[in-house]
Ligand binder design. Structure first.
Ligand code: AIR
Length: 491
């Protein structure tokens, strides 16, 4: 068993940390793993079961210091000790202020050490993030409910468990140095608790709170003067039906479940009363159906220092039935002025959220070239997959840079890129086959990505293909060929 000393200190009157107290504990307690946190009293709760306030008689503690001790099970090794010595030495240095008032992470050594990045969710987005942690030899731990999660093959430590369960997420988070997520459906209360105990959670629990529930997200846009389509929130299906009967709500409109929807789930266009019947019965929003010229997206990267970069605007074409993106085209074939406006709106959204990591902002370009924010995702996004082959810094590397407070990379493209989603064909459920994959491999500039989900289902995202070409119209033609050729079916 190793002892972790958690020093919760306020600065004294001279604004100095009591190094003597700190050193005393490091030496006397034979500490093998030490973390020092500096934050305000309000973040510390004395009734917290994990932390016991120590009133130590051996040394004099000024009223400006609180000293806490935390017992934790942890593996010890020479390597870990060496890393922690480095951290200890660095932690004596004065801390920089960050835009979100938390500790910057740059004093950590992430590369080829025991630093551990925790990822909630082990699907394709996590798997593609792991290509980058492997590239930089950063240790990872992944939590996912499925024993066959795609991340399993590339993470250092895999934990099977429910992402919505408080205890599971909390226990997982306690064992990592920085915690992130690759799916929004995670337990926020556990993230809040972890943050209060000094774990760095990026994007923050507060950002996720504003995004996870689509009703809250829309309200956030309204409060921050971010252009979005008109909407109303309803507490359940009954409430929605009553609004239809009262003629407060007119057909057609867009129904969105407030929670739990992704990859086209939880979104429907309601054209008549019968369309309401199959909807799930939870809190929802009804949005005005916007006639638009284009659906666009901009990925914004932001680190804890507040450095911000936007990727070029991409254009999305949707599958009419599945409500899933079929082609993502970068750069979007739109006027430069519209592209500049879209990037400016995305930056405004990012500033309002003060998020850390990536924020994918999906937008509509209306018939009179207005930009309306549809929704955001605080993570790597389908609309940025093209960047693996086409950009100087792909979105997954950028996510790692942003959450670890490293300098952000160049977001420009080296070449035009088009992404085609590989979704499970209708009528096929079971062990997956990528039919005709060898045919698309012969095509110019074509790279398939296989997510590693063993079972296919209609419209399930099973992979994607990127097509790069200096000539975007040529890439578009090849993308169509790819789409016609490859099929995701079951055995
Ligand atoms: N994901 C998360 N939000 C939207 C998407 N597409 C990705 C994440 C998650 C995976 O989809 O990588 O882990 C879940 O996919 P599935 O097919 O198992 O539902």
């Amino acid at each position: 068993m190793a002892v972790t000393v958690l020093l919760i200190q306020n600065y004294n009157k001279e604004n100095k940390i009591n190094k003597r107290v700190h050193r005393y504990f490091l030496e006397k307690l034979k500490i093998t793993d030490n973390r020092k946190q500096t934050f305000h009293d309000s973040r510390f709760t004395s009734h917290d079961s994990q932390i016991h306030l120590l009133t130590n008689s051996h040394i004099h503690l000024s009223p400006f210091y609180y000293l806490c001790i935390q017992i934790k099970r942890r593996a010890t090794s020479d390597e870990r000790r060496a890393t922690n010595d480095e951290r200890r030495a660095k932690s004596e240095e004065p801390k920089k202020t960050t835009t979100d008032n938390r500790q910057p992470t740059t004093d950590m050594n992430y590369f080829s050490t025991n630093f551990t990045l925790g990822i909630l969710g082990g699907g394709q987005l996590g798997k593609m993030m792991l290509y980058e942690t492997r590239k930089w030899d950063i240790r990872t731990s992944v939590l996912d409910p499925s024993a066959e999660a795609p991340c399993r093959i590339a993470t250092d430590n895999f934990v099977q468990g429910d992402l919505m369960d408080y205890e599971t997420v909390y226990n997982f988070g306690k064992k990592v140095d920085v915690l992130t997520f690759e799916i929004e459906g995670v337990n926020i209360e556990a993230l809040e608790k972890l943050e209060n105990e000094g774990v760095k959670v990026y994007p923050s629990a507060a950002t996720l709170r504003n995004i996870q529930d689509k009703g809250i997200q829309k309200q956030f846009y309204k409060e921050h003067q971010i252009p979005t389509s008109p909407f109303k929130v309803y507490k359940d299906k009954n409430d929605l039906n009553e609004a239809i009967v009262r003629k407060e709500l007119h057909f057609p409109f867009v129904w969105k479940s407030c929670t739990g929807g992704y990859d086209g789930k939880g979104v429907s266009i309601i054209r008549e009363a019968e369309d309401v019947i199959p909807l799930s019965n939870g809190a929802c929003i009804a949005e005005k159906l916007i006639p638009f010229k284009n659906e666009l997206a901009v990925i914004v990267a932001r680190n804890p220092k507040g450095e911000v970069k936007t990727y070029p605007v991409v254009e999305m074409e949707f599958h009419p039935e599945a409500n899933q993106v079929e082609y993502v085209i970068c750069p979007a074939r739109i006027d430069e002025a519209v592209a500049a406006k879209a990037r400016a709106v995305a930056t405004k959204v990012s500033e309002a959220f003060k998020h850390v990591g990536l924020l994918a902002v999906e937008m509509f370009q209306t018939e009179n070239d207005e930009i309306l924010v549809n929704e955001v995702a605080p993570r790597p996004h389908n609309s940025g997959h093209y960047s693996i082959e086409a950009s100087y810094t792909n979105q997954f590397e950028q996510q790692i840079r942003a959450i670890l407070d490293l300098p952000l990379g160049n977001t420009d493209s080296k070449v035009g890129g088009i992404m085609v989603n590989l979704v499970g064909a209708e009528g096929h459920t079971g062990p997956v086959i990528y039919k005709n994959i060898e045919k698309i491999l012969k095509m110019e500039g074509v790279t398939p990505h296989i997510y590693g989900k063993k079972e296919t289902r209609p419209f399930r995202k099973m992979g994607h293909v990127t097509i790069v070409n200096k000539d975007l119209s040529k890439a578009r033609k090849i993308a169509e060929e790819v789409k016609k050729t490859i099929e995701v079916i079951s055995k």
